[in-house]
Design a protein around this ligand. Structure first.
Ligand code: FE2
Length: 279
């Protein structure tokens, strides 16, 4: 699937962009399904706000209980001081997570793709295992910042193997909160590890190395249908969406079954819902 040159670029830069990977029909189907899930979501069920800036919010049962189901999470800035939504529910959701790829037929069809299996093999995942799916809305005006981080923080394996598959479902630009990366930064150490102990979670500091200065960050602007693959140690962030346009994206996180998956990772699977590959 990937040329030798593409593989070399991935290993040198820590990421690779594949333009036009998903067609408009596949994107339309996923978008329609996501909007239907949000439409059916009763906000009284859960009030978890997802933010990587305040992990206390993430300790909410709503977050931990999403490891093997699918749940909607509100944007931090969605609420007025009195607790009511400032705009329509469909424009207030930060994301849907985290097991749609295993539980929802539309998401499953998008995620189980022989080309993804081939790409995973091409970049060195011997036995790809897909642990997580996220539909990210990056809502107009209120889509929050996701600070510098490495995705291996959330999916620890020995050796590091987690790889992110990031699909643009709409145009992503510097104005509506596209990804920013540190080219070559995947050779830097893992700074933090997100660990779960029962119903408690914590962020452990592993390395004091500073995050890159924003001046070295490279924006990965993308068109709907583009796929960005990046290494679990690649530092990346996305800025707030201050534009009037949303920036929907879908992500999958896969590790290599040939590595050792930490028992402290927040998502675990068992025979009732086994972890599967892209096939
Ligand atoms: Fe990330």
């Amino acid at each position: 699937m990937l040329t030798t040159e593409q593989q070399a670029r991935y290993h040198a830069d820590g990421y690779l962009v594949l333009p036009g990977f998903k067609d408009s029909a596949a994107i339309a189907a996923l978008r329609a399904r996501a909007l239907a899930i949000v439409d059916a979501f009763n906000p009284a069920e859960g009030s978890a706000i997802f933010t990587t800036q305040n992990q206390a919010a993430a300790s909410d049962d709503w977050f931990l209980g999403s490891d093997r189901t699918l749940r909607c999470f509100f944007e931090e800035a969605a609420f007025a001081p009195d607790g009511t939504l400032k705009q329509a529910k469909a424009l207030s959701i930060n994301k849907i997570g985290h097991a749609m790829h295993d539980l929802d037929p539309v998401f499953e069809q998008f995620s189980r793709d022989a080309r993804l299996a081939a790409i995973a093999r091409d970049i060195g995942l011997v036995d790809a295992r897909v642990w997580q799916s996220q539909y990210i809305f990056k809502q107009p005006g209120i889509g929050g910042e996701v600070r510098w981080h490495q995705d291996a923080t959330f999916f620890d394996t020995t050796p590091v193997s987690v790889t992110t598959f990031w699909f643009a479902l709409e145009e992503a630009t510097v104005d509506n909160g596209c990804l920013w990366v540190e080219t070559g930064g995947h050779t830097s150490p893992l700074r933090e590890r997100f660990v779960r102990d029962g119903e408690r979670i914590a962020m452990e500091k592993l390395d004091d190395m500073a995050w890159p200065d924003n001046s070295v960050a490279v924006p990965l602007e993308a068109q709907a249908g583009d796929l960005v693959i990046f290494h679990g140690l690649l530092p990346h962030y996305s800025a707030p969406n201050t534009s009037p346009r949303s920036r929907h994206a879908f992500t999958l996180h896969a590790t290599d079954g040939a590595t050792s998956y930490s028992a402290r990772n927040w998502i675990q699977r068992d025979a009732a819902l086994p972890v599967r590959g892209f096939d």
